[in-house]
Each structure stands twice: as structure tokens, then as C-alpha cells.
Write a protein that binds this ligand. Structure first.
Ligand code: WT7
Length: 649
């Protein structure tokens, strides 16, 4: 093992938060027994989880068939995913339990029980059959955050159809490309949904897409927005009409464990979107396992809330499949966090007495920008655990979350995973792990991670490339229609390993600290500096809410560090002082050469900062593809500021 300089590690964090005695009294896992068991026999460990957490109609003959890079889990086993998410809870007498506490953005609400969800799912499964959908056929889903999104997904699972959910914020051409790549037969959409106080129309976007998707024979339209839409005779059908006429009974057919459950497209930074393939038995095992143990789920008393959209993997795994497989009660919210006011999230937590809250660092930093007076308006004492996903969480954002949302008493689980991994891979177990602000801590039981240097040698301390050393049940099974791209993208950089594309560092105690995508690592005078560390140092300043850092070409240093900074509401700081502050925090090599102050940062619709665009701005280039940007005006404003700023070359 080596001390590596593949990526420089500049910042070391020493605050520690062991699980509190109060939390430990009723936690599912205290101590290391689960890690010990999984270390001794990881296949046996996953087999025990699959047997304990799920109902199988036929037992498997082989736990794992591993022909690198192709894995099959629970070979020969059969189960029905929708049966596991619905029927078995109803059969056990929990039909009246609320599955989804739904809140529309305008304030309308629905409480959907497990029995109702099962009823709607069966009917909609029959609707799909009547539209000619059979096992293995692809169905596209393009919906707002309404219970029908979960119903549509579960109905597909019930009959072995493959869903491909496209986030409702995507434009017609993105929807069209995804429909065509999957060769979907049916599209399920809505008239529109509610967002930021308005109705946004979905059906016209779907119409534009379907104009060039020859394979789509039927479009099902849920009424939600109430906006006028054109219905095409013979092709388009109202959801409520089809449901009223549908047979209420659709028995759950057993499916092979490796039956394709869904495709989910990831755009990546370049190239055409990849249809990530997830199958049934292994996927459901790991999402149920992680949802139960990472969130310490007590299904009788907990109210879970994951703020993601069902259009992302987080919504698939921790709104639909994980919580429902575990029989949980959860909140589902349709709209934005600042409608009608900046305290909407906190008012929802208070209203439904949410106990487990799972959101993204980008949201947390936005809440910081809006100020602590927003959560302070509400009683958040129901919360007992907080989660984070999507990006590295900066230590100061972690502390703010801990203090102002968690009231200093809630453990925080920083969960690292990807669309491709299907389920959480690196995270604390909240009753067992001492956390450090900003660290995702350790691989979960059953998961193998190793940090390596350029040559693939294990790194014991310092920065390196994060790899996964063995297959896991929820792993992607491939890229739809492109097995070679699957091998090249994930399994070729380091022999015999999955390379996640992320950098990370290990501290003296073996804690993992994620450093962002390795494509974002900057090279400043030969030092390999991660954007994450400089951003964290900037956010550590009390005036700063959010920061994005990029390396721009520089004639003297190779790359120069350029920072874009958003201040907390009402705060002020001088550029020079902020540079000095960063120098003191993590060293003068990491001081930004330029700092631009900006009210907003360019982000993708899933909330990731678009560093590629910021590099274009910093290097004075014309912007490349901006179609994945959530709010295009942010970038034109930045360009204006960059053009106004003094340049020294
Ligand atoms: C990438 C995957 C996983 C669901 C949401 C995103 C980054 C994700 C963390 C975390 C640091 C994280 C990684 C990863 N990421 N979670 N806790 N700490 N980075 O899914 O769109 O497939 O993105 O998100 O860079 O590779 P995704």
C-alpha cells in the first residue's frame, strides 16, 4: 500500500460525532457484527438479506454467477417486485397503512394506503396489457411527482414490462432520444404539473417528442395540471377513463431474478445518454437492505421523506422500491422548496412529523443561503435522522444541517452511490458509525471498495481513484444495446475492477472522503487539487453559502483556480480576504486566482454544478451544449461578469 499523490489531499477534518446513547437504545445495528459477517462471506451475507427482506416464489440455485464484467445474482430464483412492494403488506393485514402521504405544490393532499396502491397498480397493469404491453416491452414514463408515477412503475414491474422514467424537466428532444433508444411502445404522461406556483405543461412536450418516435402506439395522460391539451384520436387516452374500465385483478406473475426491471438514462458529460440496466432480485435486495439499515427504518413509527424526483435513481430506489418493499410510510412532494415561501420543506416536516429526511447538498447549501430563520419558524423535533446524497457534502454544510435541521441530535448519513450502482454503497450505519463532517465514512457491509493510484496500486492514505472490487446485487447489468461501451466505460481503466469515475481520499482512520469526479481535478503547478476541497474551504467562510471551482488554462501554472461564490443572504466579504482565508484553511497553492461573486450557480436539473460550463466561461469560450442546464439565465449573467472583470493576460 502506498501513500499516494494521485490527487493531493489538502484538508483534514477532525470533528467526530459518535452515535448518541439515545439513538443507540433503539437502533437496528450497533457494533460491527454485520461488517464481520459480510467480510467472512459476502455472498452468504447477501443471500441472507435476500431471504430475510424479500418474498421469493422460487428459491435461487446460485447466489452469484460472476463472469467479469457480467454478474447474475440469485440465479434461478423468482419473485415479483410489485408483490414484494404491495401484496405482501396487504396480505399481512397492513392494507390500511398509508404508503404515500402526498402533498401537491398548491397544498392539496392525498394519503394513499397500501391497499389502494395495490388496487391502482393491478388496474393499471391491466391497462398496460390492454395496450399491448407484454413481458420485456419498454414503457416510457414522463410524469410530475404524483402517486401515479409510482403506480405506473409498479404496474410495469407486475407484468414484467421495463420502465424508463424520464425526468419531467427534460425537453422534447431528450425525451424523444430516450424513447427511441429504448424502443418504447407506450408513453405515460400528464397534462401538466405544478411548479413554482404555475402549471407547467407536459403533454405538448410529449406530443413534440412522440411526433418522431415511430415505435410509440399509445399515450396515456394523467390529469393533474388541469391545462388544456390536444388528444390524438386512437393514440391518446385519459388515464382515468382507462382505469375506470379496467379489470381490478391482475395476479403478480413470478419473474426471474435477472428479469430487466428498468432502464434509466444518465447523460454523463459527453456522448449519447446511456440506458443503465437494472434487474429485479438483486436490485430489490440491496435497495431494501440499504433503505432499512442506512436509515435505521422502524416501519411502524417512522415517516420517511426523500426529496428527490422519481425521474432520478434516488427516486427509483428511495421513493418507490426501497420504502415500499419495506412497508414504510413516506412523504412525496410535488413542487419546489421555495413555494409559496422559503420554508416549505420545514413546514412539510412539521405537518407530517417526518422522522427520516433525505436530501442533497445542493439543497442544503441553498437552505443555508436562505438563512436559519426559515427552519427556525417550525417545530422539527420529529426528525431523528438526516441523509445526504448526490455530491460531496462540505463540512460546513454538514454542520449547518446537523445544527439547524437536526437540532444537534440527529445522526447524518452521507450516502455515496450512483445511477449505475443502483443503491447506496458507502455510508455510515447510523447506530454503529462515528461520523466526521464531510466524510461518507466506509463501504457498507457486503461492498468492496479500494482506493488506488494511477497504476492501480492500493492507496492507504491520501488521494486516489475510487474503485469497487467485487460485484454487488444492485449493480448495473449493462448499458442498453451496448455491452462494449459498458465494459469500456466502467471496467477497463483498472484491471478487474469497476471504476466509479470519482476521486477520494483516505485519512489516518481509514475514513473515505469523496473528492468529486476525477475529470474535475485541477492541475496547478503540478499539484493535483480536487475542486471539492477548494469549494469546501470557501464554504467554511461564514459569509459563503455555495461555491463552484474550476481549473482554467493558465500560461504559468498550467491551470489556475477560478472560483464562483454565492454569499449567504445579507453577508459580505472582500475577495482578497476570501483568498487569504482559503490559503489559511488548506494552503496557499489552493488559493483561487480569481473569485467571481454570483447570486446563483449553473446547475443541471438534478442539482449538480456544471463545471464544464464554468470552465468555458473562465476560458472565454463559446458555450457548448447548455441543454442540460436548469436555468440558462445564470450563465449569461456569469459571462457578463467575466467580460467585465479585469484580466491580466
Ligand atoms: C455521482 C453519481 C446517487 C444518486 C444521485 C446521483 C456523486 C453521489 C455522493 C456523495 C460525494 C457523491 C458522485 C457519483 N455523488 N453521492 N454522498 N458524496 N459524491 O446519482 O447522477 O448517477 O451521480 O454523484 O460523483 O459518481 P448520479
Amino acid at each position: 500500500m502506498t501513500e499516494s499523490n494521485a490527487i493531493d489531499a489538502l484538508q483534514w477534518e477532525n470533528r467526530r460525532f459518535p452515535p448518541s446513547e439515545a439513538f443507540k437504545t433503539d437502533t437496528l445495528v450497533a457494533g460491527t457484527f454485520m461488517y464481520d459477517e459480510a467480510d467472512a462471506d459476502f455472498e452468504g451475507f447477501w443471500a441472507r438479506q435476500a431471504a430475510e427482506l424479500l418474498d421469493w416464489s422460487t428459491p435461487w440455485q446460485q447466489v452469484l454467477d460472476w463472469d467479469l464484467p457480467f454478474a447474475k445474482w440469485f440465479v434461478g430464483g423468482q419473485l415479483n417486485v410489485s408483490y414484494n412492494c404491495l401484496d405482501r403488506h396487504v396480505l399481512a393485514g397492513r392494507g390500511d397503512k398509508v404508503a404515500i402521504l402526498w402533498e401537491g405544490e398548491p397544498g392539496d393532499t392525498r394519503a394513499v394506503t397500501y391497499a389502494e396502491l395495490l388496487d391502482e397498480t393491478q388496474r393499471f397493469a391491466n391497462v398496460l396489457k390492454s395496450l399491448g404491453v407484454g413481458k420485456g416491452d419498454r414503457v416510457n414514463i414522463y410524469l410530475p411527482m404524483i402517486p401515479e408515477a409510482a403506480i405506473a412503475m409498479l404496474a410495469c414491474a407486475r407484468i414484467g414490462a421495463v420502465h424508463s422514467v424520464v425526468f419531467g424537466g427534460f425537453a422534447a428532444h431528450s425525451l424523444r432520444d430516450r424513447i427511441n433508444d429504448a424502443e418504447a411502445k407506450v408513453l405515460i404522461t400528464a397534462d401538466g404539473g405544478h411548479r413554482r406556483g404555475d402549471v407547467f405543461a407536459l403533454k405538448p412536450v410529449a406530443d413534440e417528442a412522440v411526433a418522431s418516435t415511430p415505435g410509440v402506439t399509445s399515450v396515456v395522460v394523467v390529469r393533474r395540471g388541469g391545462n388544456d391539451v390536444k388528444m390524438v384520436d386512437g393514440r391518446d387516452h385519459w388515464y382515468h377513463d382507462l382505469m375506470a374500465a379496467a379489470d381490478p385483478i391482475c395476479p403478480p406473475d413470478p419473474m426471474d431474478a435477472e428479469q430487466l426491471l428498468f432502464l434509466l438514462y444518465t447523460s454523463g458529460t459527453t456522448g449519447k445518454p446511456k440506458g443503465i440496466m437494472h434487474t429485479s432480485g438483486g436490485y430489490l435486495t440491496q435497495v431494501a437492505f440499504t433503505h432499512k439499515y442506512v436509515f435505521d427504518l422502524h416501519p411502524e413509527t417512522d415517516i420517511f421523506w426523500c426529496t428527490a424526483d422519481v425521474g432520478w435513481i434516488t427516486g427509483h430506489s428511495y421513493i418507490v422500491y426501497g420504502p415500499l418493499a419495506n412497508g414504510a410510510t413516506q412523504v412525496m412532494y410535488e413542487g419546489v422548496p421555495n413555494y409559496p415561501d422559503n420554508d416549505r420543506m420545514w413546514s412539510i416536516i412539521e405537518k407530517y412529523k417526518v422522522t427520516l429526511f433525505y436530501t442533497a447538498p445542493t439543497a442544503i447549501r441553498t437552505f443555508m443561503k436562505w438563512g436559519r430563520q426559515e427552519p427556525d419558524k417550525h417545530d422539527l423535533s420529529s426528525l431523528r435522522l438526516l441523509g445526504s446524497v448526490g455530491e460531496p457534502i462540505n463540512p460546513e454544510a454538514w454542520m449547518w444541517y446537523h445544527e439547524h435541521i437536526g437540532g444537534g441530535r440527529c445522526p447524518i448519513v452521507d450516502t455515496w452511490w450512483q445511477t449505475e450502482t443502483g443503491a447506496i454503497m458507502i455510508s455510515p450505519l447510523p447506530g454503529a458509525t462515528t461520523t466526521k463532517p464531510g466524510s461518507a465514512t466506509f463501504a457498507l457491509p457486503g461492498i468492496g471498495t479500494e482506493l488506488v493510484d494511477e497504476e492501480g496500486r492500493a492507496v492507504a492514505r491520501g488521494g486516489g481513484y475510487l474503485t469497487l472490487t467485487r460485484p454487488w446485487p444492485a449493480m448495473l447489468r449493462g448499458i442498453w444495446g451496448d455491452p462494449e461501451r459498458y465494459r469500456d466505460t466502467y471496467w477497463s481503466r483498472f484491471e478487474g475492477r469497476y471504476f466509479a469515475g470519482d476521486g477520494a481520499k483516505l485519512d489516518d482512520d481509514g475514513y473515505l472522503w469523496l473528492l468529486g469526479r476525477v475529470d474535475d481535478v485541477m492541475n496547478v503547478s503540478g499539484h493535483r487539487i480536487s475542486t471539492t476541497e477548494v469549494e469546501s474551504a470557501l464554504v467554511a467562510h461564514p459569509a459563503v453559502a455555495e461555491a463552484a471551482v474550476v481549473g482554467a488554462n493558465d500560461p504559468t501554472t498550467g491551470q489556475a483556480i477560478i472560483a464562483y461564490v454565492t454569499l449567504r443572504s445579507g453577508a459580505e466579504v472582500d475577495e482578497q480576504d476570501l483568498r487569504t482565508f482559503v490559503g489559511n484553511e488548506i494552503g496557499s497553492i489552493a488559493k483561487p486566482k480569481m473569485i467571481y461573486f454570483t447570486p446563483d450557480l449553473p446547475k443541471t436539473r438534478s442539482g449538480k454544478i456544471m463545471r464544464r460550463l464554468l470552465r468555458d466561461v473562465a476560458e472565454g469560450r463559446n458555450l457548448g451544449d447548455t441543454s442540460t442546464l436548469a436555468d440558462a439565465s445564470v450563465v449569461s449573467e456569469l459571462q457578463r461578469r467575466a467580460a467585465d472583470a479585469p484580466h491580466d493576460d
